[in-house]
Design a protein around this ligand. Structure first.
Ligand SMILES: *[C@@H]1O[C@H](CO)[C@@H](O)[C@H](O)[C@H]1NC(C)=O
Ligand SMILES: *[C@@H]1O[C@H](CO)[C@@H](O)[C@H](O)[C@H]1NC(C)=O
Length: 416
């Protein structure tokens, strides 16, 4: 028995194909989209069409927690479409975003697990938008984290998708949230205004999750950083490409702090990658960053910064804790062809007469200055937060309450 698509309704078609034990043929793939909802598992396995999954979010102050969610979402399908909430929708629902839409687009598109982005997604999935996702974007499943997403009217934002049997859930990434990161920045700014007085631990507690931080600071010189992140070797492996350069590859090296990974970082990595076949990214240690930029930096610890870089599609490999000075030995060890540096950076050390960290590549004639495509630095991001200080503090105080509750109530979390 064959699959005669003309004479059968989609559900009969599947039934008869299954009974006949015949795999669905190429001519039937298009029809699969129109199949009514039902027990999907069995049918999916027989279908060769890639499974398309959808995830949405604001992706404001994007961090490796977002990247990890995208990684998990992508693993539930073959093609990941990401909806990015518009600036207006964020303003209406949570207050002003730190990162405007065009920068959030750059950030999300650069994550190596993302296949497609939709700008201006609604804050909550409406029936209309869901229909559009299913009919126009051919989405099979809508993915969301396991934190409940309750709309102002008390309903579950993903109820419609759940009812349709088209919803899948992933685990929240432990140890980081935008609220926490904004807290670290506000703290750093407030502390500085205290002008050298001892750090205010009540403030610190307010923005951390009620943990007593003491001086556990991951070995950096900074006593202000509040990080709950416990870097595991498995997480690093999940984010790595796990591939070295191919034979004869032209290897490009770029180094820096990559603190609060932003669109400016993405763009300079993209440019650097275009100069060769393999981009090696040197990520400075917390100590190096503190020495160069003051004891309040970095905001994100070495391992947090490394995950953000590794999630970026333009980075092929990272040196987790790169030396501040590019040595001849490093150039030989990694067969580096060219060392690059962006024009927009917080340090312009490449111009230094003395102790220039790029002295060796410069003397070898393999140093290249790249015109940074975007005029954004980590300080830009911090300034944006500070200039909106009051709004963020209010928004943050509210959110950190609910996060504190989450941490108080949380139990063992399994999975990825
Ligand atoms: C720390 O901050 C709290 C809240 O802003 C304030 O009441 C307290 O006086 C501060 N302590 C010091 C030592 O500055
Ligand atoms: C080192 O890099 C150059 C390209 O810059 C390449 O031609 C050469 O094959 C590489 N050497 C090794 C051992 O891979």
């Amino acid at each position: 028995m064959g699959c005669d698509a003309e004479n059968l309704t989609p559900s009969k078609l599947v039934a008869s194909c299954l009974i006949g034990g015949v795999l669905l043929g190429a001519s039937v793939y298009g029809l699969a989209l129109a199949l009514p909802d039902g027990p999907l598992g069995f049918r999916r396995r027989r279908k060769k069409r890639p499974v398309r999954v959808y995830m949405d979010g604001c992706f404001d102050m994007m961090h490796y927690g977002h990247c990890n969610a995208l990684r998990q979402a992508r693993a539930l399908g073959d093609h990941l479409v990401v909806g990015i909430v518009s600036d207006d929708e964020i303003i209406a629902n949570k207050g002003p975003p730190v990162t405007p839409l065009h920068e959030r687009m750059i950030m999300v598109s650069a994550v190596k697990w993302v296949d497609e982005v939709i700008p201006d997604a609604p804050y909550a999935i409406t029936a209309d938008f869901m229909k559009k996702l299913f009919d126009e974007y051919n989405i099979d499943y809508i993915i969301h984290g396991d934190d409940p997403c309750i709309l102002p009217d008390g309903t579950d934002a993903y109820e419609l998708a759940k009812k349709a049997g088209r919803y899948k859930q992933i685990k929240r990434t432990e140890g980081v949230s935008s609220t926490d990161i904004v807290g670290r920045m506000l703290l750093c700014v407030r502390e500085r205004s205290l002008c050298g007085s001892p750090r205010n631990s009540s403030l610190q507690r307010q923005f951390s999750h009620g943990h007593s931080q003491k001086d556990e600071d991951g070995g950096s010189g900074s006593a202000t950083r509040v990080s709950q992140f416990l870097p595991t070797s498995r997480r690093i492996v999940q984010f790595s490409n796990g591939k070295g350069p191919g034979p004869d590859a032209r290897i490009v090296y770029i180094d820096g702090a990559f603190d609060l990974f932003h669109a400016g970082h993405v763009e300079i990595l993209r440019l650097a990658r275009s100069l060769g076949d393999f981009l090696l990214v040197g990520i400075h240690t917390d100590q190096t960053v503190s020495e160069q930029r003051g004891k309040h930096r970095p905001i994100m610890s070495l391992h947090e910064r490394s995950l953000s870089v590794l999630a970026c599609r333009y980075a092929d490999e990272a040196i987790i804790g790169a030396p501040a000075v590019v040595s001849r030995d490093m150039i030989t060890t990694f067969n580096i062809s060219i060392v690059v540096h962006g024009t927009v950076a917080e340090n312009n050390d490449y111009q230094k007469e003395k102790d220039n960290p790029y002295a060796i590549p410069i003397s070898m004639g393999i140093f290249k200055l790249l015109e940074s495509p975007l005029d954004i630095t980590t300080s830009t991001i911090i300034r944006r937060i500070v200039s909106n200080h009051d709004a963020f503090e209010k928004r943050n105080a509210k959110k950190s309450e609910s996060e504190k509750r989450y941490y108080e109530e949380k139990s063992f979390v399994s999975g990825d």
